[in-house]
Design a protein around this ligand. Structure first.
Ligand code: UDP
Length: 238
């Protein structure tokens, strides 16, 4: 592989990536597929921080629509990200990738607390740092957690793994003539609600601090490696 374009990345994976063929929870095989892709870039000495969502288990907004207080429901979502983080830790370590889980909500028996300088040190030592519990605060999403941590940890890019291969002018599943953007501006991504790269607070945090976001499809084998080498895949928001 050509030498990586990005040396330290924050990879954000939605909880749905762990669903596999299930409609709820975790399919172990799906965690292994994700882990294998991560291993390929880890072998190229790319430093990796991983943020995982929990859409496969619990989303705060959905719970609050069913009558659970929003803050409580959000904490439930954050706890669910810890479950996903442990599943990813297991999958990565099974294939020989050293990891540490750090949680924004203290949970000493299963994870270190999030300590910025320690997270950086782990990456320098070649460990993948899995960041659980988002920002640790309700009313946010793991996308915001990813943006925040990417900035704190001085990552070169926030890579947002999705099921589509970038940002289109309309839904590519419904419109075969939909056009993919190679790059878009933060302003357009925030203004155009149909684009839906990330929620507005995550986007504005990245925009204000000049952190590029690469949206790409993790489910095409080899894509993560291509993304890290700077091959033109996905859509770059900058
Ligand atoms: N969450 C939160 N604060 C955070 C991160 C996450 O309250 O900083 C909660 C929120 O309820 C969210 C849930 O955790 O719905 C799961 O995260 P998210 O929806 O971002 O997961 P994804 O869509 O990436 O799978």
């Amino acid at each position: 592989m050509p030498s990586p374009k990005y040396h330290r990345i924050l990879l954000k994976i939605g909880g749905e990536a762990l669903l596999g063929k299930r409609d709820y929870g975790i399919e172990v095989e799906a965690t292994h597929q994700v882990a294998k892709q991560i291993k390929k870039i880890h072998q190229e000495k790319v430093q990796i921080a991983l943020v995982i969502g929990a859409g496969n288990i619990w989303r705060g907004v959905a719970g609050s629509k069913n009558g659970i207080e929003r803050a409580t429901s959000d904490y439930m979502g954050m706890l669910a990200t810890v479950i996903n983080a442990l599943a990813m830790q297991d999958a990565l370590e099974k294939i020989g990738v050293d990891t540490r889980v750090q949680s924004a909500i203290e949970m000493k028996a299963v994870a270190e607390p999030f300590i910025r300088r320690r997270a950086i040190r782990h990456m320098e030592k070649g460990r993948v740092v899995i960041l659980a519990a988002g920002t640790g605060s309700p009313f946010f999403t793991t996308d915001s957690g990813a943006a925040l941590r990417a900035l704190e940890l001085k990552c070169d890019v926030l890579m947002k793994a999705t099921k589509v291969d970038g940002v289109y002018d309309k839904d590519p599943l419904e419109h075969p003539d939909a056009k993919k953007f190679a790059t878009i501006s933060f302003v357009d991504a925030i203004k155009d609600k149909s684009i839906a790269v990330m929620d507005a607070s995550a986007l504005s945090l990245c925009m204000d601090n000049h952190l590029p976001i690469l949206v790409f499809n993790l489910f095409q084998n080899g894509n993560l490696k291509k993304a890290v080498s700077g091959e033109p895949i996905g859509t770059l928001v900058k």
